[in-house]
Design a protein around this ligand. Structure first.
Ligand code: PGA
Length: 254
């Protein structure tokens, strides 16, 4: 079950959707809104397009909104044209690194081995990894096997004291009309938590993503520590409405 003493975490992955003006204006609107809405009970992250990471870090300096990269290299430096160094991201003030998103696995051929290496690279550079996992199958028993395999493959070599984030996103719910059902999300999040107990990793927050939006958190709050948002957060006002909902639910259950 979700630990109610930890802050909720709400993150947004902009993928390759927004240009510079739109990204910076989104940040302005959200920073103005979150202080009023959430106090200190919620942590936030934004994953902008890579060319905008630096500007986003400058704009969010001293606020509750932290910036992460949508992808990192498994190496700190070298002859790796086009790759993004985790060491450099740390140097410029990046806080999070997204690793193993379904689009990276399926469109860019990221294997379990590469994902495990990127987790290590992220931790070594003191970037908080956001590990994406999610089943392809719609069969619940196959899905459980897929999730357990992805967790083991990515985290088996992680030291037990490390801090990280898991974003659970069934692949068939990404870019879909609706998120997975709340009963499915709650069941799978319990499986994920059991697997983390076996790995003795306690310091993690578990988010749900995949067409997540308004009205969802209330149904999955028992097992989730927050949301990983995509399209439904593009409008800053929608994002702030979701934040308000999450805050009310957490306050009501505390
Ligand atoms: P979506 O994206 O909410 O737009 O489906 C989620 C994701 O891929 O992280």
């Amino acid at each position: 079950m979700a630990d109610r003493s930890t802050n909720l975490l709400i993150g947004v992955n902009l993928k390759m959707y927004m240009g510079k003006a739109q990204t910076l204006s989104w940040i302005d609107s959200v920073i103005a809104g979150i202080g009023d809405v959430s106090g200190k009970k919620i942590d936030y992250f934004l994953l902008p397009s890579a060319p905008l990471i630096s500007d986003s870090i400058s704009k969010t300096s001293g606020t509750q909104l932290k910036i992460g990269a949508q992808n990192i290299s498994s190496e700190d430096s070298g002859s790796l044209t086009g790759e993004i160094s985790p060491q450099l991201l740390k140097e410029i003030g990046c806080v999070y690194a997204l690793i193993g998103h379904h689009e990276r696995r399926s469109l860019f051929g990221e294997s379990d081995e590469i994902i495990s290496q990127k987790i290590q690279a992220s931790l070594q550079n003191r970037l908080i990894p956001i590990l994406c996992i999610g089943e392809i199958s719609t069969d619940v028993s196959v899905a459980k096997v897929e999730l357990k395999h992805q967790i083991r493959a990515a985290l088996e070599n992680v030291q037990t004291g490390e801090s990280l984030v898991i974003a659970y996103e069934p692949t068939w719910a990404i870019g879909a009309e609706n998120p997975a059902s709340d009963s499915h999300i709650n069941a799978m999040c319990l499986v994920i938590r059991e697997e983390m107990v076996k790995l003795k990793i306690e310091n993690f927050r578990l988010l749900y993503g995949g067409s997540a939006g308004k009205g969802l958190f209330e149904k999955i709050a028992p097992t989730c520590d927050g949301l990983f948002l995509g399209r439904r957060a593009h409008d800053p006002l929608s994002f702030l409405t979701i934040v308000q909902e999450c805050k009310s639910i957490r306050e009501a259950t505390n």
